[in-house]
Design a binder for this molecule. Structure first.
Ligand SMILES: Cc1ncc(COP(=O)(O)O)c(C=O)c1O
Length: 399
């Protein structure tokens, strides 16, 4: 019997999908389910995006396209990143992928040999660890608990970089915590990064349009432009434009990296389809009312979620300032019981919560922080308060 490659044994199914599937089954069985589990934006892009796709369909060549991305898309992305604050980038600094996820996988293949070290903060987006495992890299996870607002601090970064990792992977705004680094915090970390020239820096900042409270989006290169030669910025249409199913991600970085990703594309995906490309051009280049309105809406929902969670005795929730997640520390519940069901950890907590109340959240251990759980608050507004009230009632019933 032939054996599968060892890397398949290292690949784990997503813990988020496991909860989502359980919620789906309960719903199919007639239960009233409120899902705070999947990180999908739950809105659609503006009409101009669909119009562009329909128009492209009329003229579709049906052919393979550019491995790097079609020029109109690269140009639209360049204008988009200039508006964010990146300057001096050209087409040769860019490359494309089937969503940020595939881009990140390509970057791992481009930068990491087996046994190389990659460091990133926890709580982390689950896929970071999985990609490291699949390519056989060693993950150095830098724990940033609720005590430090789930944020990496310069001393921690310095200690990690002294080990000369090949890659430092950074995420801002954060999935799963909703934390956003201020200009000063980014500058302080950038001061450390400039001292370690042997490490690639990847900033996965796909929630850059969803920043609240006027903090703004900041990147290490804004503080230390010399980092440009080893920093790669990752973006995507998924969250900003409500287009996760369209699967378009892009990078801006050094030419050597963009070329490597383009070469990998020529072997993995070849190109992004024409119709999808046209939709992405319209998203980046068209009116930005939808992302702006959604950012405002999510900021309002954040207030509701934050208020409800911090009203629960013993629950600690650093205040999210971006994306659409909250990440409360729920460890006050561990060791207690809910109507006879013992809860000793985050996984048992989320299972009991789902079973008893129909509210689906993701255990924090999926993100490297077992004291917490993730709430994704993109559900319809009408479900938000009832869902939070069920969580509050669940806590109140613990004994
Ligand atoms: C931090 C982060 N990076 C990357 C991705 C993947 O995005 P895409 O849909 O572009 O593959 C996600 C999706 O949830 C994410 O939260």
């Amino acid at each position: 019997m032939p054996q599968l490659a060892q890397r398949v044994g290292r690949a784990k199914p997503s813990a988020i999908m496991v909860i989502a599937e359980k919620a789906r089954q309960l719903k199919a069985a007639g239960r009233d389910i409120i899902s705070f589990s999947i990180g999908v934006p739950n809105f659609l892009p503006g009409d101009h995006v669909y119009e562009a796709a329909r128009e492209a369909l009329k003229h579709d060549s049906g052919q393979y396209g550019s491995n790097r991305g079609a020029e109109p898309l690269l140009d639209a992305f360049l204008r988009h990143i200039e508006a964010l604050g990146f300057s001096g980038y050209g087409r040769m600094n860019l490359s494309i992928g089937i969503g940020a996820k595939q881009v990140l996988y390509n970057l791992a293949e481009a930068m990491l040999d087996e046994g190389d070290e990659i460091c990133f903060a926890a709580p982390y987006w689950t896929t970071y660890h999985d990609i490291a495992d699949i390519v056989g890299a060693k993950a150095n996870v830098l724990h940033c608990g609720p005590e430090q607002n789930y944020k990496l601090v310069p001393a921690q970064l310095e200690a990690a970089l002294q080990r000369k990792p090949k890659v430092f992977l950074f995420n801002n705004p954060s999935n799963p915590t909703g934390m956003v680094y201020t200009r000063e915090e980014i500058a302080a970390l950038a001061d450390v990064l400039v001292k370690y020239p042997d490490t690639w820096i990847v900033t996965d900042d796909i929630y850059n349009s969803m920043v609240f409270d006027g903090i703004g989006y900041h990147n290490f290169v804004f503080a230390q432009p010399e980092l440009r030669e080893r920093l790669v910025f990752v973006d995507s249409v998924s969250k900003t434009y409500g287009m996760p199913g369209w699967r378009v991600g892009l990078i801006a970085g050094p030419e050597s990296v963009a070329k490597a990703v383009t070469t990998l594309n020529s072997n993995h995906i070849t190109s992004v389809p024409e119709v999808i490309t046209a939709a992405a051009v319209a998203a980046f280049g068209g009116p930005q009312d939808v992302p702006r309105a959604k950012c405002e809406e999510f900021a309002g929902k954040r207030d509701v979620v934050f208020e409800a969670l911090t009203a629960i005795p013993g629950v600690v929730c650093p205040r999210p300032q971006g994306a659409f997640y909250a990440f409360p520390d729920i460890s006050v519940a561990f060791g207690k019981s809910h109507q006879g069901t013992k809860i000793s950890n985050d996984v048992e907590f989320c299972a009991a919560l789902l079973e008893a109340t129909g509210v689906a959240c993701v255990p924090g251990s999926a993100f490297g922080e077992p004291r917490a759980m993730r709430i994704s608050y993109t559900c319809p507004t009408a479900q938000l308060k009832p869902g939070l009230e069920r969580i509050q009632a669940f806590f109140a019933q613990l004994s």
